[in-house]
Each structure stands twice: as structure tokens, then as C-alpha cells.
Design a protein around this ligand. Structure first.
Ligand code: 5MY
Ligand code: ADP
Ligand code: MG
Ligand code: MG
Length: 360
């Protein structure tokens, strides 16, 4: 983008996302820096709209993917943030966390990984305790698919065998790790990294586990308002302020490693600190284009990013990490997300996982 020319960022977002993300404060800061944010009309073909220097999107489905492919072919100098192929990896909770296991980062005293877990495709395996005996109760059951639907956020904390009855495979069973009731959310916007604290599920002691029955269903704990949480005695008030943040440089190294490994620019990840081993961190979730508006000063961070994308898009370094990665033209690529994972996936270096294979 020449200094005297304005950059145009087209955005395609669901109504809820548009409402939270496209705020007047963001629009005006972008405007003052020479960037216009323009809504992409979902009722018209993308190639009939523009011109856009950059297309920002959180939309799914084959039709949308094809529209992006067509657009990229016709507009090779435009930048699509991010590639649907890269985003799709986050729609399966096994392939998502595999990116963490693949990271190679030299760390000092702090270590990181993912919780022990297994993917369960059928009830038979679910009730066959031997097939996942390496997991101790309590376990968390998460839908395998994480496609942003309300269903994909419906989880259950399972305390014993009886609690398995309500589960509906395909699911991921993951060890519940006590972490002091606080999670760290790490927001990534290109090279920018910000870690914040949020409330989480409280610890479950061995003693308490004996008295808990069946399972506890829950959904989007870290997004509950304080009123919702206080109404329920289970989510007892916890003091976030007392919790120390993980070391910034350690978190930044993980974030940058994930950015390169995933070839994504806009994501956040949830981290917990293992209460048994104070300097061990576990990544439990990675989300594409999360709720950035909840991040203090999001307008500046996002505006800087748009300026970088629009103004520096020929930088070869950026090419390498996918900022200007051209869409892979994968026609008829109907990936079955439930089959991305190989059957067993344990972590923590104890039992090594089989590599997940994309079955296209
Ligand atoms: O809506 P928000 O601001 O709560 O953002 C959600 C995220 O919350 P967070 O920023 O991590 O606190 C939320 O993160 P969690 O999964 O709750 O960790 C998701 O990223 C969610 O997107 P989707 O439903 O998975 O597609 C995000 O929802 P969408 O805004 O994309 O619908
Ligand atoms: N392995 C785990 N150990 C302890 N708590 C967990 C674990 N996995 C998830 N949680 C809790 O459950 C919440 C939701 O799980 P998460 O995988 O982040 O799903 P979602 O995609 O719906 O945010 C987390 O924010 C955290 O509070
Ligand atoms: Mg989460
Ligand atoms: Mg998530």
C-alpha cells in the first residue's frame, strides 16, 4: 500500500461476531490510520465485491471455501486471513492439540504439553475401561468436533463410571488437571501476544471426588458472568488477582511456535498450570478468531496488524508463516473431521501418541 492510498479490509463474520468485533472505536482508529473496514455482503458472491487488500473471515462451509478460492485466483495480491485449510485443523480437538505436541521450544525450568487424552468413537470403547485405563477420574468429556456450534462447547466433568452414561461419542476424554481454578487465555494477533487470566473449574480433591456422583455438565465456563457463577455454589468465588501469570517470554515462545506451526495469525489458546507441578503448563484449547474485543486495547492491536498486512504483504518472512499464504486450491476436499485423529492420543511424554493422519 502506497503512503497516500487507503487499505481496504473486507470482513465476513457471523452477526454475533460482527457485533462484538466491529465496534465504532475500531472503525475510527482504523480510519485514522488509513484502513477502511468494509462488510462483505453474504448475499452476493465474494468475487463480485471489493476490491479488498485483505479478507478477514470466520465463516465455514464448502461454499464459502470455494468463494475464497475463486477470489484468491482473481485477486492474487489480496491477503486472506486466514487460510481455511489452516483453520480447519482447529475444528477437531485432537488435531488442534497435536500442534502443541509438535512444538520444539527450549525452555528453562518451565515445561509445557497437553493433558493425557483419548478419542472415543463408540459406546463400546467408552464402557471398556481397559481401553483408557491410563486416565484416572475425574475426566473431562469434550465433543471431538470444535466447530463453534453450541453443541461443540457442551462438556461434562465425569466423576465415575456412572457418569459415562450420558456421553455421546465421538468425544475426547481428557484427564482433569487441578489448576487452582484459573485459566490463562493467550491472545495472538500476528506477532502480538497477550496473556490474561480467567475463571475456570475449581479443583477436585481426592476427598471431594468420593462424594461426587455421576457427572457435571458445563459449557463455556470462562464466559460465565460473575452473577451466573455466584448463583451456583459449585463455581465458588475465586480471587483471580492472587494468581500469578506464567512467565511472559515462555508464553510468547509457545504462541509464536504455534503461530508458525498452525500457519494462523488470529487465534487464542487456553493454558492451565498443573497444581501438582507448579512449573508445568498444559494447553487445553485453541480457538480461531476468538473474542478479541474482551482484550484490553484490542483496537490498537488489530489496527496495527491490519496496517502490517496491508502495508508489508510482500515481505518474504511473512510469506513463510502464512500471512500471505495463498489458498491451497483443494477442490472437493471434504475432510471428515471425526476421522482426523488416530485412535489413541496420550501426552505428557509418558505414552507417545500416534500421529493423526488427515483422511481426505
Ligand atoms: O464470543 P466470545 O467473545 O465469547 O468469543 C468466543 C471465545 O471466547 P474467548 O475469546 O476465548 O473468551 C471462545 O473461546 P473458548 O472456546 O470459550 O475458549 C471461542 O473462540 C468462541 O468461538 P467458537 O464458538 O469456538 O467459534 C468465541 O465466540 P465467537 O465470538 O467467535 O462466536
Ligand atoms: N484438562 C482439563 N483440566 C481441567 N480443566 C479443564 C480441562 N479442559 C478444559 N477445562 C476447563 O473447561 C473449560 C472448557 O474447556 P475447553 O477445552 O477450553 O472448551 P471450549 O472450546 O468450549 O472453550 C476450560 O476453559 C477449563 O475451564
Ligand atoms: Mg476454551
Ligand atoms: Mg474452544
Amino acid at each position: 500500500m502506497a503512503d497516500d492510498m487507503r487499505g481496504v479490509v473486507g470482513y465476513a463474520l457471523l452477526p454475533k461476531k460482527q457485533q462484538s468485533f466491529i465496534q465504532d472505536s475500531l472503525l475510527s482508529l482504523c480510519k485514522s490510520r488509513g484502513i477502511d473496514l468494509v462488510r462483505i455482503d453474504q448475499d452476493r458472491r465474494l468475487i463480485d465485491q471489493g476490491p479488498f487488500d485483505c479478507v478477514l473471515h470466520k465463516m465455514y462451509g464448502d461454499d464459502w471455501r470455494k468463494q475464497l478460492e475463486e477470489f484468491q485466483i482473481q485477486n492474487p495480491n489480496s491477503t486472506i486471513i486466514d487460510s481455511p485449510v489452516s483453520i480447519q485443523r482447529l475444528h477437531n480437538r485432537i488435531s488442534m492439540l497435536q500442534a502443541v505436541s509438535e512444538l520444539k521450544i527450549e525452555s528453562g525450568t518451565d515445561t509445557f504439553g497437553i493433558p493425557k487424552q483419548i478419542v472415543i468413537y463408540d459406546k463400546e470403547t467408552l464402557f471398556d475401561r481397559q481401553s483408557w485405563e491410563f486416565l484416572k477420574y475425574p475426566v473431562i468429556a469434550k465433543p471431538l468436533i470444535a466447530d463453534g456450534s453450541a453443541k461443540s462447547h457442551k462438556m461434562a466433568l465425569v466423576f465415575n463410571h456412572e457418569g459415562l452414561n450420558k456421553l455421546k461419542p465421538p468425544i475426547v476424554l481428557q484427564e482433569f488437571v487441578n489448576h487452582g481454578g484459573v485459566i490463562f487465555k493467550v491472545y495472538v494477533v500476528g506477532e502480538f501476544v497477550k496473556c490474561v487470566k480467567r475463571k475456570s473449574l475449581p479443583d477436585v480433591s481426592e476427598e471431594k471426588l468420593k462424594s461426587l456422583e455421576g457427572s457435571l455438565p458445563f459449557s463455556q465456563v470462562s464466559n460465565l458472568t460473575s452473577d451466573e457463577r455466584n448463583d451456583d455454589k459449585y463455581y465458588k468465588l475465586m480471587d483471580l488477582e492472587e494468581t500469578e501469570l506464567p512467565p511472559q517470554s515462555f508464553i510468547t515462545d509457545i504462541a509464536r511456535g504455534l503461530r508458525r506451526g498452525l500457519k494462523l495469525n488470529l487465534f487464542n489458546f487456553d493454558v492451565i498450570r498443573d497444581a501438582r507441578i507448579g512449573n508445568r503448563y498444559l494447553v487445553i484449547d485453541i480457538n480461531y478468531f476468538p473474542g478479541y474485543a474482551k482484550m484490553p486495547g484490542y483496537e490498537t492491536v488489530l489496527t496495527d496488524f491490519f496496517c502490517d498486512v496491508v502495508g508489508k504483504k510482500s515481505l518474504s518472512e511473512e510469506k513463510e508463516i502464512g500471512v500471505v499464504e495463498k489458498l491451497q486450491v483443494v477442490r472437493n476436499c471434504d475432510v471428515d473431521l471425526t476421522k482426523i485423529a488416530s485412535k489413541t492420543c496420550c501426552s505428557d511424554g509418558e505414552e507417545k501418541e500416534k500421529s493423526p493422519v488427515l483422511q481426505v
